[in-house]
Design a protein around this ligand. Sequence first.
Ligand SMILES: Nc1ncnc2c1ncn2[C@@H]1O[C@H](COP(=O)(O)OP(=O)(O)OP(=O)(O)O)[C@@H](O)[C@H]1O
Length: 369
Amino acid sequence: MVTEREEGTQTIGGLRSLKINSLRNLLRVTVETEAPVILLSGGNGAGKTTFLEAVYLLARGRTFRSVKTGPLCARGSERLEVCAEVETLERGRGRIEVARDGAGVHRLADPPSWLDDGAAEMPLRVKLVSENPQSLLDGEPELRRRFLDLGVFHVEPRFARVHAQFRRVLAQRNAALRIGGAGVALWNAPFVSVSNAMHAFRASFVTDWNAMFRELAQGFSFLEACELRYDRGWPETESIEETLKKCGERELQRGFSLAGPGRADFGVTQDGRRQSLSRGQTKVAVTLLQLAAERVHLARGKEPAIFLLDDLESELDETTVRRLWELGCASRSQIIATRVSCRPESVFLASDRDVAMFHVEHGQVRPIS
Ligand SMILES: Nc1ncnc2c1ncn2[C@@H]1O[C@H](COP(=O)(O)OP(=O)(O)OP(=O)(O)O)[C@@H](O)[C@H]1O
């Protein structure tokens, strides 16, 4: 497996075929390709993002779009299905299938052993640069914690148990704080222990992630002196026990925990201060964060993820698109990218990787020969 990656051939894992039934405007779509780069072009509303959504659904069992985008099931249909043949370097080929009806999302897989390992070991990992990547750095800390935790989870499956334990302890501690503090003392010791465990996992991932991010950021002058700063959720100068003691009164007044891993955050900083970035620059930073995380995952022996790049060109100048594209192609992960068809596609074809091009129109996806 490593040999193929190191030799730089185009033989990488990823999607080999994708069938979509009744997902938004994609009523019946079949795409078969072994290409390491899949480029979908088409006009607005053609269904390009929906194609990415189908792959994301397979990997994560949910969509990346907000509920405001409306129901996933095509109008007039009661069930959607997405099915893919996937090749992994370690396990060869297998099928993943997701179906959704009124009762929610069901994930089916063949061979069934792929299911036994749990979500962390599912054969399909995706890394998304979405239609609004800025929300990761500009939005709620909750989004960043989820992003960070997914990154940790992929390198350290034991993190899932610690995470679940933390959520249970936090819920109990908060319940005790809400009713005036009776029983809080009972939950402090487990809270301290699970907080320290969670921080240790996160910090170890962030150290590597930051190193990769700084390396990648060298290619972009506005990010040159920037780094990834992780805030564990309580001051670096004190232990979590000390912080709990200090904010005990306030926690009782507010009725919930004010410190701990549930308050962790990260950001792109320069000289310790949050860097102010334009929309385009923020998009670059988020793309680099994804690429950096992928490098960490690969270095820890993970299968390459599939990069889903939704309209990479929007808000970016041509040189920047070219640089990001080169970095993406150098990662040797499979890339599925969308673009609005009015722009020249030369940037995307200028790499040594095979590109399979498809045109998306009125919910149909057709190969461009
Ligand atoms: N449940 C649904 N049933 C049928 N059609 C839907 C449903 N939900 C969304 N759509 C339509 O499906 C299309 C999907 O658009 P999508 O966001 O995938 O387009 P896109 O090609 O990425 O466009 P853009 O370049 O504008 O981002 C839209 O035209 C939308 O109106």
